[in-house]
Ligand binder design. Structure first.
Ligand code: DQQ
Length: 526
């Protein structure tokens, strides 16, 4: 596997992992805590699992960091975030589910701040530090963010909640993480979005090619607000401006406000969280990939869920309207032999096998596609009815792309593809999709088609990067403008029987594809 997984940790029997918690870089070590059930492959008995790495790729599992052992978290040590204070001190805020299942916020800190591995944790004796405020249901108050500094020198956090059907992020100021002041108003609220979980709020640079520390603001900065919607279990974000003095965040486009517009990922990706990597000047995103088979199957296999490959986040200066997500550079260290395919022609209605003289179940693929220019310009515009879920649709200019984790007979295959359409005004719209309907011959697994539109600017080639990892496919279009994570269960297209093909199911256009494909070595965890 290319990722952090309990599978290789030896403690894989009967357990579940979910939300990434408190990611950070501390004294040269990347830390990932995560929601973890050590006693079963289904959600429950939630503690904080803990793993560390020097390079975000090779991981070492450490002892459980925090377990439910006080009245204020006896029903679960739930999601939380790390804040590194100006003097290097580390504080962790997390949600506890109390003996009465009330959601409260608690403070924890390292028992030995000198220990770079942060093995032992102390819970503050004055916990809980926050209880649900008046007007908020006791079960709708969770997942504190990393704190950022206000112009007055206070630390500010946001916490997800809802009032009726309006999802909100409450704001609190604190000096010491022990006493907090609830601010008037909310950082953002969007009617109809329901409970906001795992809110994340951070700056991105409009000018530079690097990430920003959480407290940075200024004229060259935009702010991303992200929420995980409990109602549909997807992670949504919006870009906007944050007025630090007034404490008000305004979306660039209210039509695509938080929870009703852009998503981090159009596949299986939830409860994500970012952190700022001070050493490499970048912001990194972690996300949880849940299972898409049945609970019964998870219990049978004895484990459930994984983390996505961490992604670097940047503002997309070219479009100005989205972020870019890209697998962290370190993943390229797992690349082995490279296979190059230059300008492969794929005629309309054909499939071309790519021989990558090794097994194709662990790959890093970078592909570029050019569409026959004549077909593009001669296409008549039509009413735009396409969406990724229109499975069987063949159009003049799509679908075309790759079939990954496919067996020779194509009885199992996961198509990752583009589809171009043109509306009656002559505007092109490009879709990027991943089809799980034929990924597995098993019957009790998810068979949907995922995806969305992807911005393609004038003169740009269509490009995709795909990380294939046995039963997970992470796909990134146009440098990471649109991403799709697939959790699939091939039964035939496995190990040396997993193959890769180009396909072009357009009715009217030939395509030319150029690819670099690396076989990947596994990233062992210890
Ligand atoms: N998971 C945690 C909550 C959070 C949810 C509980 C999101 O804190 O809201 O395991 O997956």
């Amino acid at each position: 596997m290319l990722r952090l997984a309990l599978l290789s940790s030896g403690n894989m029997l009967d357990c579940l992992v979910s939300d990434p918690n408190g990611p950070l870089l501390y004294k040269g070590w990347y830390h990932l805590f995560y929601q973890y059930n050590p006693y079963g492959a289904v959600w429950g008995n939630i503690v904080w699992g803990h793993a560390v790495s020097r390079d975000l790729i090779h991981w070492r599992h450490l002892p459980i960091a925090m377990v439910p052992d006080h009245w204020y978290d006896i029903n679960g040590v739930w999601t939380g975030s790390a804040t590194v204070l100006e003097d290097g001190q580390l504080v962790m805020l997390y949600t506890g589910s109390t003996n009465e299942s009330v959601q409260v916020q608690n403070l924890a800190y390292p028992a030995d701040p000198v220990d770079p591995l942060l093995v032992d944790w102390v819970k503050y004796s004055g916990n809980p530090v926050l209880v649900p405020p008046p007007g908020v249901e006791v079960k709708d108050f969770r997942d504190p963010t990393t704190a950022w500094l206000t112009p007055e020198g206070m630390w500010r956090i946001a916490i997800g909640s809802k009032v009726n059907k309006t999802g909100i992020s409450l704001m609190y100021d604190t000096k010491d993480f022990k006493t907090f002041k609830l601010l008037d108003g909310v950082l953002r609220g969007v009617p109809g979005t329901g409970m906001w979980e795992c809110v994340d709020f951070y700056p991105v640079s409009k000018i530079m090619e690097n990430g920003l520390d959480t407290s940075v603001n200024g004229p060259g900065v935009k702010h991303v607000m992200k929420t995980s919607l409990d109602d549909d279990r997807n992670d949504y974000y919006a870009l906007g401006s944050y007025d630090s003095d007034a404490g008000i965040w305004t979306p660039d486009d209210p039509k695509i406000d938080v929870g009703i517009g852009l998503r981090y990922d159009y596949g299986i990706f939830y409860a994500s969280k970012t952190f700022y990597d001070k050493e490499k000047n970048r912001r990194i995103l972690w996300g949880w990939i849940k299972e898409t088979d049945s609970e019964k199957a998870d219990i049978q296999k004895g484990w459930s869920s994984l983390q996505a490959i961490p992604r670097t986040i940047l503002f997309d200066k070219k479009t100005g309207s989205n972020i870019l997500q890209w697998p962290v550079k370190e993943v390229e260290r797992l690349r082995l032999k490279k296979n190059v395919f230059d300008k492969v022609e794929v005629k309309a209605g054909s499939v071309v096998r790519l021989d990558v003289c090794s097994t194709s179940d662990q790959l890093d693929i970078a592909a570029e596609f050019e569409v026959d220019q004549e077909a593009l310009s001669s296409l008549e515009g039509t009413e735009m009815t396409y969406s990724c879920s229109s499975s069987a649709t063949r159009g003049a200019l799509g679908p075309f792309g790759l079939l990954v984790l496919a067996d020779d007979a194509l009885s199992e295959q996961t198509p990752v593809y583009f589809y171009i359409s043109k509306d009656t005004q002559g505007n092109f719209k490009t879709f990027f999709c991943a089809d799980h309907s034929r990924s597995s011959e098993a019957t009790d697994v998810d068979k949907r088609i995922y995806g969305s539109t992807v911005p393609v600017l004038k003169g740009e080639k269509l490009s995709m990067r795909i990380l294939v990892d046995h039963s997970i496919v992470e796909s990134f279009a146009q440098g990471g403008r649109t991403c799709i994570t697939s959790r699939i269960y091939p039964t035939k297209a496995i190990y040396e029987d997993a193959k890769i093909f180009l396909f072009n199911n357009a009715t009217n256009a030939g395509i030319t594809a150029s690819l670099q494909i690396w076989q990947m070595s596994p990233a062992y965890a210890h």
